[in-house]
Write a protein of this length. Structure first.
Length: 403
């Protein structure tokens, strides 16, 4: 997808014309409800700065079109009870497709981010042919009843590692198979199988979008997001909006230079030392594979002999990367997630916090380090959220005020 096309989509609903202002105000109210869960008209009025009359018109319009519902009345000690409003789960649906280095995943989600249906297929390595076969098999099964009932299906988001053809050696895949990705137009090929509008995103950026759009409440709308998958990736949120940068490479944490855990005097890219690929290499050297992890308990306790040194080796490189990123961006928070059990993410965050505490922080404001929300589902869920973000979200020029 071209950057010009993407920028045009992001500007949809903005501008000075009455229709654009109305669309933007609608998106603003929907975004606030997504962020806070439930809000009354009075709370929405304070948050948006709109007049009470204008806010009432917006709320009634969104209720009539089926995007929001009235909640149960709140009864306080003083004054009349207030009626909160919330997003209607059946208000819209969206599909998310994750093209991974070892799996394909397809999700159908509703307007609030609940996963209604899902399909997953593992593979030794991904191929375009395998992707199309998987999508053809899963697409109709996931959406057939929605189409029959004329339910609002907004679009298809696709998350994938960019330049997949470069990873053949790491994945033990034949060069002839992986090179097919070089000339494979994902958007064009999938458009031939569905009439849905399609959004394409880097897989780690999509994971960041899932945290931003469907994640647990965070202290700040600004954060650095680290996702530890086969290779580490990340994303940046600024003012409650996903920031990709002019070339789409913002948050490319894997390219950051950090001290090597094997030889601190050497400098390496973070992707070399803070990825699950490094864990897999250690396991393969002892005759085991990542499949052993998938078959073990949710804590990976049976593989502790590999997991503990792997976490230990990541702590200082991740700490340096986090401090450097926050020194440049002043984001105030780091969120860590990955394709691993939540208990492992918690251990990683604990070790990372200790490592940050051991490093000099003069001239910098303190920042928090927290666990992510979605784990292995983050990339597919973020992909599914892309159409909803584009159709119903607001971008970085936010009008919200503190409630």
């Amino acid at each position: 997808m071209s950057q010009d096309k993407e920028r045009a989509r992001q500007k949809k609903g903005r501008g000075s014309g009455p229709a654009n202002v109305r669309a933007y105000n609608d998106r603003l109210v929907l975004s606030l409800l997504r962020q806070h869960g439930e809000l009354s008209k009075a709370e929405l009025t304070r948050a948006t700065g709109l007049s009470a009359q204008s806010l009432s018109v917006i709320v009634e319009r969104l209720t009539q079109v089926g995007l929001i519902d009235r909640g149960e009345k709140r009864r306080g000690k003083i004054g009349q009870p207030s009626t909160p409003y919330k997003l209607r789960a059946d208000g819209a649906f969206s599909l998310g497709l994750k093209i991974g280095r070892r799996s394909f995943e397809l999700l159908l989600i509703d307007f609030v981010g609940n996963i209604r249906r899902s399909l997953r297929q593992t593979c030794d390595y991904p191929t375009p042919e395998g992707l199309l076969t998987f999508f053809k098999r899963g697409y109709q099964g996931l959406v057939s009843d929605l189409v029959a009932a004329d339910e609002p299906l907004v679009g298809l988001g696709v998350a994938l590692p960019f330049q997949l053809w470069q990873w053949g050696e790491v994945l033990n895949a034949p060069e002839s198979e992986m090179s097919a990705w070089r000339d494979f137009d994902v958007e064009k090929e999938l458009s031939a199988l569905t009439d849905l509008q399609i959004w394409i995103c880097n897989d780690a950026t999509a994971a960041c979008a899932a945290e931003l759009f469907f994640g647990k409440a965070v202290p700040s709308p600004n954060f650095l997001y680290l996702y530890v998958g086969t290779f580490i990736g990340g994303g940046i949120a600024i003012n409650g909006a996903l920031y990709e940068g002019p070339s789409g490479n913002a948050g490319a944490v894997g390219s950051m230079l950090v001290p090597s855990p094997d030889k601190p005097s050497d400098v390496v890219q973070l992707i070399e030392v803070a990825s699950m690929n490094r864990l897999e290499q250690a396991m393969q050297a002892s005759g085991e594979t990542l499949e052993t992890l998938e078959q073990s308990s949710s804590s990976w306790s049976q593989q502790e002999v590999f997991v503990a040194p792997w976490i230990q080796s990541m702590r200082m490189p991740l700490a340096c990367a986090s401090i450097n990123a926050l020194a440049a961006m002043d984001l105030g928070q780091v969120i860590v997630d990955g394709a691993m059990p939540s208990s492992i993410v918690e251990r990683l965050v604990e070790d990372l916090s200790k490592a940050v505490g051991d490093l000099p922080m003069e001239g910098l404001s303190p920042f928090s380090i927290n666990t992510g929300t979605h784990g292995a589902l983050a990339r597919a869920l973020g992909a599914a959220g892309l159409p909803l973000m584009q159709q119903y979200g607001v971008d970085g020029d936010r009008l919200q005020r503190p409630i």
